[in-house]
Write a protein that binds this ligand. Structure first.
Ligand code: PMM
Length: 290
């Protein structure tokens, strides 16, 4: 069997279970304003139930976030973020679910880990809060290093690249080196190209086309395409018509999940799990037939 696309090159993350295929990370955004599912899960009970439903649909882990990062979004204060996130993390962890916390704040990360989160997913890769890397190093939990150039409010103006794959690779490598130098064990790192973050549709598509090259950084790869603008652009067609609303991009999302899994992604992060759970299983079966 050719293992180039197989579990052996997908990588594993110290402190998390090992799956024999690309894992599915289901998203619970506890926010009133996230672009794709905002407002629907905006109370603790509903958010915990949503996480349990995602696991029933095939999610392997659940990512809980309390701050929208959609382009142009303004920031929520720390107290409000804690109020949104910590009870949901606690509720899901108590059910035995592998929970990740999506936050740019060290305090939220630390409190979420204390409440049972097992992975810290920081879209800024530790750049937004100088306390983040020391907090994660001290907590000895895995950390997602995402490619990030700046806060949502101004990130569209940062979407300027000569060669997006080369530049994202170099910038991720720099962050990886910095994070490791600051004490996070290499075995606990996951890298993420940050689709839609300071990137336009062409940039996102180029990165999705070259995920295999990003795997060569040597770390498990997380890919979060779910419902993003570039999929809206693709579905709008070549005439550049109106993109379908975020909630009508789940089939397109599952297509990216299959493409990512086939290129050796460690996990895909999605809002609707069912179709992606099938997609990663198909990708696994195809790998097995190589
Ligand atoms: N995108 C969003 C939120 N969190 N985390 C990671 N690791 N990678 C991403 O690309 C990412 C993320 C924004 O999407 P949402 O508001 O729909 O969850």
């Amino acid at each position: 069997m050719n293992t180039n696309h197989g579990a052996t090159t997908r990588g594993r993350v110290t402190g998390l279970p090992e799956w024999d295929r690309c894992a599915v990370m289901g998203v619970v955004n506890v926010t009133p304003d996230s672009f794709s599912d905002g407002g629907r899960w905006f109370d603790t009970t509903a958010a915990v139930k949503r996480g349990l439903d995602l696991v029933a649909q095939g999610a392997d882990l659940v990512d809980v976030g309390g701050e929208s990062t959609r382009p142009g979004a303004s920031r929520v204060d720390a107290e409000e973020e804690l109020r949104r996130v910590v009870p949901v993390v606690r509720g899901l962890a108590a059910e035995g679910i592998v929970v990740s916390v999506d936050t740019m704040r060290a305090e939220v990360a630390a409190r979420a880990v204390a409440a049972g989160a097992r992975l810290v997913n920081d879209v800024s890769g530790g750049l937004a809060d100088p306390g983040m890397i020391p907090a994660v190093a001290a907590a000895e939990v895995p950390f997602v290093v995402m490619h990030w150039r700046g806060f949502s409010a101004g990130m569209n103006s940062l979407a300027v690249y000569g060669d997006v794959l080369a530049e994202v690779t170099v910038e991720l490598r720099d962050r990886i080196d910095a994070v490791i130098a600051s004490g996070i064990a290499p075995g606990r790192l996951v890298v993420d190209p940050g689709l839609g973050f300071a990137k336009n549709a062409e940039h996102d598509l180029a990165l999705v086309a070259h995920l295999r090259e990003l795997r060569e950084l040597g770390f498990p790869l997380l890919v979060a395409a779910s419902r993003k603008r570039f999929l809206g652009r693709v579905l709008a067609g070549p005439e550049g018509g109106a993109p379908p609303p975020a909630r009508e991009r789940d089939a397109a999302t599952a297509a990216v999940s299959a493409i990512a899994a086939h290129q050796g992604a460690w996990a895909v992060r999605v809002h609707e799990v069912r179709a992606t759970a099938d997609a990663v299983r198909v990708a696994r079966a195809v790998e097995g037939a190589l």
